[in-house]
Design a protein around this ligand. Structure first.
Ligand code: PEP
Ligand code: MG
Length: 609
């Protein structure tokens, strides 16, 4: 079977199916005002009880050593705190109360109606992070419904089981409600084999409360790489495969299951030889993981002394800790879209300042590049109306919006500037395609600084102002751009799609969107050379930075700063500390001889093997 591998490693365990009970709408309408009052009261009590539940969970998380939960205490608490915020959100309350008072629905129908709509909205968002937030809403809805008596007290088969409580708890509950089968079926299952959870999806609460000492992995029908289950699995190093679809229905409790969280492969009841082979692979991977972990505090330096900086791409202040844990030397890309997407209206200068200041403080003196708003294209803002466009990726997005809606841009620039007193911040502008745009952006940057100077507000006067190189026109005039920008950050995700005229989100053409196409490689090489000639720093923050196949090639081009998802840092570092600049330049020379992207990839695979 095949799904999406979201947390690498091989795990061998016995399947345990977990189901979640769903509440159904009753359709009963409230007959009088008294009934309405009663339902309003019941709803408010359910909110209070749910908040109390979550506070207890947070306390258990913080108090337990080692944490019984699956996430590190800090990250778990963040998720749970976010649930309290959602539960007490005034908009949610007023929407639900309206359903009760005006729609005459009982409290559980009102909760189902409102949260159901919200879940749909989030699930349909293109951005995978936001789309995964649908699970949080389902989670709080489930809690409310339980307190409203619309669900049995144990709404998921994990609740109340010994897998989610410290020490000995009541017996596990199967989907049917009975105890977990302990007698092996057709297969002989060693009793000490840990569980692999098999489920549609796991709620954030379930994942947080799991006792991972007895759970070896997750295999889920739904989910993407940014679902909570995936995040939690990665944080705790538990192999996980998501997005398996209905093929998982074939798995029965106590089947022996092996999953490879890197490739997304699953084996059900493998034969003895195959099992032995998988065990060998598991041991080799575990040894490799130890090797990578030992590199955490080792600087990334080639054997002949070229120092390469490895930074993290993050979207939330809370990600900083994880970045450091993987050995990041700072943040090469802080995407600010999420700060805007999580709100119901544009965050104020003060709100933004507080977020950027927290980020600056959390960075502990390491550099942090904050990118200004990159909305449009695949990233809409729910409260910012964007007329339908024929070609959104070629339309009104990123810097183009910032230059049109100057207030939004100025507010963000001032907030970042104010936060620059608290850390080593840099400002990065996305999607610049011409010198005129760069100059217009810099003019507004000067205006923002002047406004702060007039008000006597302190900021870092030397804060660098750089641009993303992700539009081919900018790459082609990198020599001119380098005279006026303080630094470059190459966005290969967009650079590929625009160079190849192939939508990065469209499966039918995504094969064309290949960073190993000679056209893309020539552009990247030219940009790096021009940055160096003009003595400005250049970084690469697209997905290519995390691709082990590209490490030597980019180092050979002279790239000295890579920014990527934090978990990839150790792998890339391992390649760097075992290579020389001579070798890297030789790889570059050879690659530039090829004219076919597949030949290039094949060659890079061969030298990496
Ligand atoms: C890029 O385009 O490579 C990039 C890093 O930006 P984003 O993926 O946010 O568009
Ligand atoms: Mg981009």
């Amino acid at each position: 079977m095949k799904g999406i591998g979201v947390s690498p490693g091989i795990s061998i365990g016995r399947a345990l199916r977990v189901v979640r009970q769903k509440a159904a709408t009753t359709g009963i309408l409230l007959s009088d005002d008294e009934a309405v009052r009663e339902e309003v009261g019941r709803y408010k009590d359910a909110v209070n009880h749910s908040v109390k539940d979550i506070r207890t969970l947070i306390t258990i998380q913080e108090g337990s050593t080692p944490p019984i939960g699956s996430v590190l205490p800090g990250a778990a608490a963040d998720i749970l705190e976010a649930h309290i915020e959602m539960l007490t959100d005034p908009q949610l309350e007023s929407d639900i109360l309206e359903q009760i008072r005006v729609g005459k629905k009982n409290a559980s129908d009102a909760v189902l109606e409102v949260t159901g709509r919200l879940v749909e909205t989030f699930r349909n968002m293109e951005d995978p992070y936001l789309s995964a937030r649908a699970a949080d809403i389902e989670d709080i809805a489930q809690r409310l419904l339980k307190h409203l008596g619309a669900l049995p007290p144990q709404a998921s088969s994990l609740e109340g089981s010994s897998l989610v409580t410290p020490g000995e708890g009541p017996a596990l509950v199967t989907p049917g409600g009975g105890p977990v089968p302990t007698t092996p079926g057709e297969h002989s299952v060693p009793a000490d084999l840990p569980f692999i959870i098999v489920a549609d999806d796991l709620s954030p609460s379930d994942t947080i409360m799991m006792d991972l000492r007895r759970i070896a992995g997750f295999a889920l029908q739904a989910g993407g790489s940014t679902s909570h289950a995936a995040i939690v699995a990665r944080l705790r190093g538990i192999p996980a495969v998501v997005g398996c679809g209905t093929s998982l229905d074939k798995v029965a409790d106590n089947d022996i299951l092996v999953l490879d969280g890197a490739t997304g492969q699953l084996w059900v009841n493998p034969g003895d030889n195959q099992l032995m082979e998988l065990r060998r692979k598991k041991t080799a991977l575990a040894e490799n993981a130890l090797l990578l972990a030992s590199l955490k505090d080792v600087p990334a330096r080639t054997v002949d002394g070229r120092r390469i900086r490895l930074l993290a791409n993050i979207s939330r202040v809370g990600d900083m800790k994880d970045a450091f844990q993987h050995g990041a030397e700072g943040v090469g890309l802080f995407r600010t879209e999420f700060l805007f997407m999580e709100k119901n209206s544009f965050p104020t200068e003060e709100e933004q300042f507080l977020a950027y200041r927290d980020l600056a403080r959390a960075s502990q003196g390491t550099p942090v590049t904050i990118r200004t708003l990159d909305i449009g294209g695949d990233k809409p803002l729910p409260y910012f109306p964007m007329p339908k466009e024929q070609n959104p990726f070629l339309g009104h997005r990123a810097i183009r919006i910032s230059l049109d809606k100057k207030d939004i841009f100025l507010t963000q620039l001032k907030a970042i500037l104010r936060a620059s007193s608290f850390g080593r911040l840099k400002i990065l502008v996305p999607m610049v395609s011409s010198m005129q745009e760069l100059r217009a952006a810099k003019e507004l940057f000067t205006t923002a600084k002047d406004e702060l100077l007039q008000k006597d507000i302190s900021f870092d006067r030397d804060i660098p102002f750089g641009i993303m190189i992700e539009v081919p026109s900018a790459a082609v005039i990198a020599d001119l751009m380098a005279r006026e920008a303080d630094f470059f950050s190459i966005g290969t995700n967009d650079l590929c799609q625009y160079t190849m005229a192939a939508d990065r989100m469209n499966d039918k053409v995504s094969h064309l969107c290949d960073p190993y196409h000679p056209a893309v490689l020539r552009l990247i090489h030219f940009v790096i050379q021009q940055a160096q000639l003009n003595n400005i720093p250049v970084s690469l923050c697209g997905e290519m930075a995390a691709d082990p196949l590209a490490t030597l090639l980019l180092t050979g081009m002279g790239l000295e700063e890579f920014s990527m998802n934090a978990p990839s840092i150790p792998t890339i570092k391992h390649i760097i500390v075992n290579s020389s600049m001579d070798k890297a330049r030789q790889v570059l020379r050879q690659v530039m001889e090829f004219d076919d992207p597949s030949e290039i990839t094949q060659y890079l695979q061969d030298i990496n093997a």
